[in-house]
Design a protein around this ligand. Structure first.
Ligand SMILES: Nc1ncnc2c1ncn2[C@@H]1O[C@H](COP(=O)(O)OP(=O)(O)O)[C@@H](O)[C@H]1O
Ligand SMILES: [Mg+2]
Length: 259
């Protein structure tokens, strides 16, 4: 069913300001499976995640050959943010310490698919505040002599490195993408997004060698996106007007795909 399904990853920022036109940035789903979304608190990460989440589902359900049960999403919301409470009826929505189980369960699905050698389902693991959750488990590990943070980082890194061909995607939202969070697998994110006021050190790490536009004052929901095979682009996410309706549509698709 793959064909070449395209997904909308936001809008180009400059045409938006200069002409008021919304030019969508489309990337092939097959080649751009993993995404790293960075930005300080209030930069618009969670808002962009919801926009992207809907576009992921929408691209699949509107593609030829869509059938119920072909999407499996695991959503980890460590901070238990009200933005995502609409997901509470969904069994693969995890919050707080529960995100550990969510990531482990996702990893197990991945291992099963790897053993079989194929997967007919499109899997996606979304971790909002991935850095905060790793830090939390690192502190817990120190106090309780456990190794939960290592488990999480290893599972995430393994899927980043091997998930693509099996249709196991990972989207991680973090404030700062420090390398210890990824165990050498950070370069496997095919889409790198920096939102809000840029942090120079972070930009250097994410976009080294790229021509970074100078003196930009990005508002929440705006920033830079570097996708494999594309030049560095300035992007903008829309503020969602009717959030309630969007949320309901997302939930409807998730529920009809439970099997
Ligand atoms: N795309 C956007 N357009 C306009 N304002 C936005 C956008 N995204 C976020 N904001 C504003 O910024 C605030 C913080 O956004 P949020 O997504 O919660 O940021 P983060 O998850 O990075 O902390 C929102 O409540 C909203 O007021
Ligand atoms: Mg957030």
């Amino acid at each position: 069913m793959d064909g070449r399904i395209m997904m909308k990853w936001g809008y180009l920022r400059n045409p938006y300001y200069e002409y008021g036109t919304k030019l969508p940035l489309l990337l092939p789903m097959d080649s751009h499976k993993h995404a790293l979304i960075t930005g300080s608190s209030g930069a618009g990460k969670s808002t962009a995640l919801l926009f992207l989440f809907w576009n992921f589902l929408s691209s699949i359900i509107h593609s030829q050959g869509y059938r119920k049960g072909c999407i499996h999403i695991t959503f980890c919301d460590f901070k238990n943010s009200p933005d995502f409470w609409f997901l509470r009826p969904y069994s693969f929505y995890y919050t707080g310490e529960g995100v550990y189980n969510g990531i482990q369960a996702y990893h197990e699905r991945f291992l099963t698919a790897r053993q079989k050698g194929y997967s007919t389902v499109k899997h996606l693991l979304i971790c909002d505040e991935y850095g905060a959750l790793v830090n939390y488990f690192q502190a817990k590990d120190k106090a309780e002599k456990t190794h939960l943070a290592t488990d999480i980082i290893s599972a995430n890194a393994e899927i980043l490195m091997q998930g693509r061909s099996l249709s196991f995607s990972v989207w991680s939202a973090v404030q700062y993408a420090t390398s210890d969070l990824f165990k050498g697998s950070r370069l496997n994110y095919m889409v790198n997004l920096s939102l809000g006021r840029p942090n120079r050190e972070q930009l250097g790490m994410l976009f080294s060698g790229e021509d970074i536009p100078r003196n930009r004052n990005y508002q929440p929901g705006e920033g830079l996106l570097l996708a494999d095979g594309f030049p560095l682009l300035e992007v903008k996410y829309p503020r969602i007007v009717d959030q309630g309706r969007w949320n309901q549509r997302i939930l409807d698709v998730l529920m009809e795909n439970i099997f």
